[in-house]
Ligand binder design. Structure first.
Ligand code: C2E
Ligand code: MG
Ligand code: MG
Ligand code: MG
Length: 277
């Protein structure tokens, strides 16, 4: 019996590996041309002040609509892009497109909010990243304080000193820094204070079962306390209903994001939701 289980396991594993290999080959080939063929788009999801429910910003989320494959979720193509070395190009496209959109909104009189861009782990490891951010900001004349960059815990843990220096330079450009999916990686709290991050985003997995799950409530409450102690704004992602929103507000969470307040949508749809000042 044990032998049979063993064999099934091996079989399942290799099917999975085959799927991954196929993904890499098929998606990878298409992905190489996605930028030049104009198949990428950014969607924007609103982020709100927990108390007033006023929009404070938007998170830019990458969408790929391939004529052959249809729409492929970022959770599937980003790891492949990363492993094929395509992420610098995709990441640059995202950064510049978000800055372009920011500038366009600003020119339309839409102000007083941030736009957050996600950085992959490898992006921060590239020696030219500070120059690329500076170029994007200058090219689109992004006002100070309007651009935010979302980082993951793992991206901070590699080459800590170098990353620290780069982040300080990026901050000096007027960009604010958020730590995404907080609680799912294994960053040490001791490191946290060294990076002078502006915001912690409580991962959606701790929000999902609120307010009922006592453990998740304790984790969320602890993240809020740590964040505030370190003078950071604390945001929650994946807020899907009113109960979660009320509970998070009550525990002191500053910002909320999730389907309850709006799904990621193209810029034109977003514009209808936030009028000019
Ligand atoms: P993330 O940065 O944590 O983004 C939040 C994800 O949660 C998004 O998925 C968003 O659509 C989803 N979400 C938002 N509210 C809710 C909710 O209430 N319930 C549920 N179930 N989900 C919600 P998406 O767009 O599929 O992106 C997945 C991940 O892919 C992102 O997670 C991020 O890690 C990565 N990603 C997306 N765009 C980019 C990008 O431009 N660059 C990089 N490097 N990574 C990106
Ligand atoms: Mg994010
Ligand atoms: Mg997140
Ligand atoms: Mg997340």
């Amino acid at each position: 019996r044990a032998k049979r289980e063993g064999r099934d396991t091996v079989c399942e594993f290799s099917t999975l590996q085959m799927q991954e290999l196929e993904d890499r080959l098929v998606l990878g080939a298409r992905l190489r041309e996605a930028v030049s063929r104009d198949e990428l788009q950014l969607h924007y999801q609103p982020q709100l002040a927990a108390g007033s429910r006023r929009i404070t910003g938007f998170e830019a989320l990458l969408r790929w609509n391939s004529p052959d494959l249809g729409s492929v979720p970022p959770g599937r193509f980003i790891p492949i892009a990363e492993s094929l070395g395509l992420m610098p190009e995709l990441g640059l496209w995202v950064l510049n497109e978000a800055c372009r959109q920011l500038r366009a909104w600003h020119d339309q009189g839409r102000e007083g909010f941030t736009v957050a861009v996600n950085f992959s782990a490898h992006q921060l490891q590239r020696p030219d990243i500070v120059d690329r951010v500076r170029e994007a900001i200058e090219r689109h004349q992004v006002p100070r304080g309007m651009l935010e960059i979302e980082l993951t815990e793992s991206s901070l843990m590699e080459n800590v000193d170098r990353v620290k220096g780069r982040l300080a330079e990026i901050k000096a450009l007027g960009v604010s820094l958020s730590l995404d999916d907080f609680g799912t990686g294994y960053s040490s709290l001791a490191y946290l204070k060294q990076f002078s991050l502006d915001k912690l985003k409580i991962d959606r997995s701790f929000v999902k079962d609120l307010p009922g799950d006592a453990a998740d409530a304790a984790i969320a409450r602890t993240i809020v306390a740590v964040g505030h102690e370190l003078k950071m704004v604390v945001a929650a992602e994946g807020v899907e209903n009113q109960e979660q929103a009320d509970f998070l507000l009550e525990m002191g969470c500053d910002e909320l994001q999730g389907y309850h307040f709006g799904r990621p949508a193209p810029a034109v749809e977003i514009e209808a939701r936030f009028p000019r000042d």
